[in-house]
Design a binder for this molecule. Structure first.
Ligand code: SF4
Length: 416
């Protein structure tokens, strides 16, 4: 169930906290598509080659997700976006039903990220016609003063209107992004954001704590002492509010920052989690296209350099760097990505010798409540004492400190 990620490296302006690679302005927008086509052509055998080299199994051969992110895909003229999608469609092998907005995400999930200020009825219809069946919209807040501090280009009202436009166009799988944990956000305001979000009934909600990413305006403000991040306890309390409000509203938390609703689709109840992002956490192969995009071939990782000028002018073959993952890297990655998911990580997917090395740490973390053992599902109400655990997970109340818990489980290369 592999996927393709396409990075559109353009934004109309830079948000204060954003560490994603993008450039502002019109330059390179026209040159980007021919460069992208060159890259698509150069990568046309990515999946077949890695399958034949045994990097992944035939189960992962079929492409089931396409995710267009950025940057801001919605700042790219729709005709250019169509050209890019057309080229991807003609080059790679997708299920027959793909590229129809009506198709279930279990068969094919096609997501495009949008910003509320770009969403018009015409644009929403064009996305539908392109076969997009999931839209992810960066709302971040419903407080105008916070949106303007973040240097977002939309207002709260525009976000609500954009959501209505997407619904009217027929989108039945919409994800909204929110941010918490910044200095001026009070608990009451956060509660208002959560309630407002829930009142729109999106199928999916992602909520991230504001971080001081390297090279961002926010980091520079912090260096000058013009911005002080809130205390961890405040952020932890806001994270707990997030979990509680969304749980009460019927959302299922399936990852540290992600919550999905259940909906009846094609006659069956379907959890509308992000299939594409789940590929990252499951270590399923994916191909990243565009400057700054990362790829995973089932064994190793590589990434395009984040430089659109170079991307548009250079031979794509020289444009990538990569890393060969050692057994230890693979182990650490599987633990780290798996424990971000609420279902946790299964022991069967881990190298048994390396797992053995951290068994004492696991037992200690289980004892102090930072980890829980996961058992095979059984009809018995009570778990029998002799049952063998199949994996570990982080309990919901500890997910806020998951990074620290995961770090304790890492195996450092030098002790192997
Ligand atoms: S948050 Fe989105 S819109 Fe803002 S700068 Fe980053 S990529 Fe662009």
């Amino acid at each position: 169930m592999s996927g393709i990620y396409l990075h559109i490296p353009f934004c109309n302006s830079k948000c204060i906290y954003c560490g994603f690679y993008s450039v502002v302005g019109q330059k390179y927008k026209e040159a980007f598509i021919p460069a992208l086509k060159r890259e698509i052509f150069g990568r046309r055998d990515f999946f077949t080659r890695n399958l034949s080299e045994g990097n992944f199994s035939s189960h992962d051969e079929k492409l089931h997700t396409l995710y267009i992110g950025g940057g801001t895909p919605s700042v790219l003229d729709i005709s250019l976006l169509k050209e890019a999608v057309g080229c991807i469609k003609d080059t790679f092998s997708f299920p027959l039903e793909a590229f129809s907005s009506a198709v279930s995400p279990d068969i094919f999930e096609f997501t495009v990220e949008v910003n509320p200020d770009d969403v018009t009825p015409e644009y929403a219809h064009e996305l539908m016609n392109l076969g997009v069946n999931r839209v992810s919209m960066g709302v971040q807040s419903f407080e105008d003063k916070h949106l303007s501090w973040m240097r977002r280009r939309h207002t709260s009202e525009q976000a609500v209107e954009a959501f209505r436009i997407l619904r009217d166009a027929g989108f039945n799988n919409i994800s909204l992004d929110l941010i918490f944990g910044y200095a001026s956000l009070t608990d009451d305001e956060w509660m208002h954001n959560l309630e407002k979000t829930v009142s729109l009934s999106p199928e999916h909600i992602s909520a991230y704590q504001m971080m001081l990413d390297e090279g961002t305006p926010l980091e520079r403000l912090e260096e000058k002492r013009s911005y002080m991040p809130p205390e961890e306890e405040i952020c932890a309390a806001q994270y707990a509010m997030l979990q509680s409000v969304l749980k009460d509203a019927g959302y299922i938390q399936y990852e540290v920052s992600n919550f999905a609703a259940k909906k009846v689709m094609d006659g069956k109840e379907t959890l509308l989690y992000s299939r594409h992002n789940s590929n990252y956490w499951n270590r399923t192969p994916y191909l990243g296209l565009g400057p700054g995009a990362h790829s995973f071939d089932g064994k190793n990782r590589e990434w395009n350099l984040p430089d659109v000028a170079e991307y548009c002018s250079s031979d794509i073959c020289d444009f990538r760097e990569g890393e060969i993952l050692s057994e230890t890297d693979e182990f650490n990655e599987t633990v780290m990505l798996g424990l971000r998911r609420t279902e946790g990580v299964e022991f069967s997917g881990l190298n048994p010798n390396l797992l053995n090395k951290i068994s004492d740490v696991i037992n200690r973390l289980v004892e102090d409540g930072s980890l829980e053992m996961v058992y095979e599902e059984s009809d018995d109400d009570v778990q029998v004492a002799s049952a063998v655990a199949k994996g570990i997970k982080i309990p919901p109340e500890k997910l806020f400190v998951s990074d620290g818990i995961i770090r304790e489980l890492f195996i450092l290369n030098f002790i192997i």
